[in-house]
Design a protein around this ligand. Sequence first.
Ligand SMILES: Nc1ncnc2c1ncn2[C@@H]1O[C@H](COP(=O)(O)OP(=O)(O)OP(=O)(O)O)[C@@H](O)[C@H]1O
Ligand SMILES: [Mg+2]
Length: 403
Amino acid sequence: MGSGTGFGGRHAYPGALAFPFGFALSWTRAATSQAKRATEDLSSPELRAGEFQTYLSGRVAVSGCMTDPIIAENLVKVYDGKIRAVEGVSFHVKEGELFGFLGPNGAGKTTTVQMLTANLRPTSGTGLTAGLDVSRDPGGVKRRIGLVFQESTADGDLTGRENMELQAALYSVPTSEARGRIDSLLKRMHVGDAADRPVKTYSGGMRRRLELAVGIVHSPKILFLDEPTLGLDPQGRAGFWQYIQELRKELGLTVFLTTHYLDEADNLCDRLAIIDHGKVVASGTPAELKDGLGGDVVTLRVKEGDRDLTATLRAVTGALAVNVQDGSYRVKCTNGESMVPLLVQAAAGSGATVTAVSLKRPSLDEVFLEYTGREFREEEGPSATDMAVRIGQVRQNLGRMGR
Ligand SMILES: Nc1ncnc2c1ncn2[C@@H]1O[C@H](COP(=O)(O)OP(=O)(O)OP(=O)(O)O)[C@@H](O)[C@H]1O
Ligand SMILES: [Mg+2]
């Protein structure tokens, strides 16, 4: 590790309260090597949490987050001395969580995944995966995780089954165990019928499904998925996620996911971080991120000829802004569900007849646009000019809602 990577030569841990992550940049060299020895004990499941925590608590800073399976602390990656792909990213992923990492093309997602999976050395900062420093013990990290790369990695000349067997052997899965697991995974990912054909004869979707199976053949406890469902049809995506959810339940699997499918992220992820230009620009649960945009919109349509309700609706406690659009009242508020009956009641109390009511929550797409000013999949999307017009329209709509 280079001198800028954090540990070597630094001194004096200044106290737990000074660092929210409770560790990292100021560990002494001695504490680090002790911690490393302790983390190596993690290979023994019986020793895991207790030993690690007790050991560290006497010597270095410990917070509740210290044992989180994935921790990034100020990670930086500069390619070729000039391309600043990741600019100081920090987050932690808790055990059993499905954590989504979103961002436009080129934002730094894959680079971050590669650093946390010990495939790429950070320029500076610290990555701890499965309790191990990714720069100091890349082999240990790799043994403890599963990874599905964004790019295809299966060997086209080998059959699907042979690719699986190779991976199982690499991870020392006993042959007797591997055989059953490979069969079941191939079936589950709908590659069973093609299992004994060379992978170069597979369709893109089949290949992707095989790679997902390969990534989990050794039953890892921590799984990194870099755009795992890209190119899969809806059934393929649904089947894959169903299996991942089952594994999460059975094994308490922790999953770090990058995806360009915002619906996936919204429905599946416990927490999300959005990265843009190498920096985390927002993080939280999907609900928190959507709420952070300024709330819900309740739309009320009333019978033509009813008197103007703007002032009546604005007077309802919780109504943040009211405007009229296409003959409907749009009320911006924070808790739409509880506002609906109050607004209907207020309208009725003023003698109006409400003919339709709808509630709209901001989508993750709007969250994404808000924080990055860009949509996903620009390469497949409209031209830059079209994009500017669309973004302008969304901003205008948000403006109209009183933002
Ligand atoms: N090996 C490399 N050498 C030089 N620059 C690189 C290398 N890999 C990535 N980059 C650059 O680093 C930045 C981040 O790339 P990265 O692949 O991490 O983005 P990403 O968020 O995964 O994008 P995508 O959504 O397209 O997969 C980009 O500007 C990219 O061009
Ligand atoms: Mg990528």
